[in-house]
Design a protein around this ligand. Structure first.
Ligand SMILES: O=C(O)CCC(=O)C(=O)O
Length: 213
């Protein structure tokens, strides 16, 4: 794995619960209303001391490099991935806590808990994910939520309306929480685009409810 990390940080005690923690959510989340019933909630720095959780995930998650067919070629997916389904144990207790806190915070509005966690590792600014909506499963027809916890270097999460129009963006990293809700997966697209700017590694953790991907 060609990732530049301060390896000395790995030598410090990176035990679960050692430094990273979740701050309370209530009242600290700011909602940005988009068009067509879509919205984005942002809570900067939700995970305090997020560097330790970031390093634990980089070290502990069995990251997978995937390949995909594009046109006539098979190409590397430009990021590493690991998906944790509903019955799988998450790789860190703080992620279990985060999933529970998010489920509690959004219980009334979402009406169901977050159940799965998709983890992505962007090794540098060349890693990316192209414009898309999470429209596999129920999110292709119904409103839902996708909650993203970002760790490590901040990258820009861009959003644009499917109907056309300007894109907007939020810098996400260092323990920030961003939640896409309402019709966002159907009526808007999101992306983390490549950047020529020097960029360190980032881990994204996406919590989704049952049958949303
Ligand atoms: O990196 C992110 O936070 C976004 C990830 C994403 O959109 C996806 O994996 O579907």
């Amino acid at each position: 794995m060609t990732v530049e990390l301060q390896t000395s940080l790995f030598d410090t005690a990176l035990e679960p619960g050692s430094g990273s923690r979740l701050d309370p959510l209530g009242g600290t989340v700011r909602r940005h209303e988009l068009t067509r019933g879509a919205w984005v909630d942002v809570r900067p720095g939700w995970v305090s001391g997020s560097e330790e959780l970031f390093l634990r995930l980089v070290r502990d998650v069995p990251w997978q490099a995937e390949r995909r067919t594009m046109w006539d070629n098979v190409v590397d997916v430009p990021r590493l991935l690991r998906f944790y389904g509903e019955s799988e144990q998450l790789p860190d207790p703080l992620l279990v806590e985060a999933r529970e806190a998010l489920s509690a915070h959004y219980r009334d509005e979402l009406g169901e808990p977050f159940t799965t966690a998709g983890l992505c590792f962007y090794r540098d600014g060349r890693d990316s994910v192209a414009w898309h909506g999470d429209t596999i499963g129920r999110s292709s027809t119904t409103d839902t939520m996708v909650a993203i916890v970002s760790l490590g270097e901040a990258r820009r999460l861009s959003l644009r309306p499917r109907a056309g129009g300007a894109s907007i963006g939020f810098p996400v990293g260092h323990g920030d929480l961003l939640v896409m809700g309402g019709s966002c997966q159907r009526t808007w697209e999101h992306a983390v685009l490549k950047t020529a700017r020097r960029s360190g590694p980032r881990v994204s953790v996406q919590f989704r409810p049952h049958n949303v991907r």
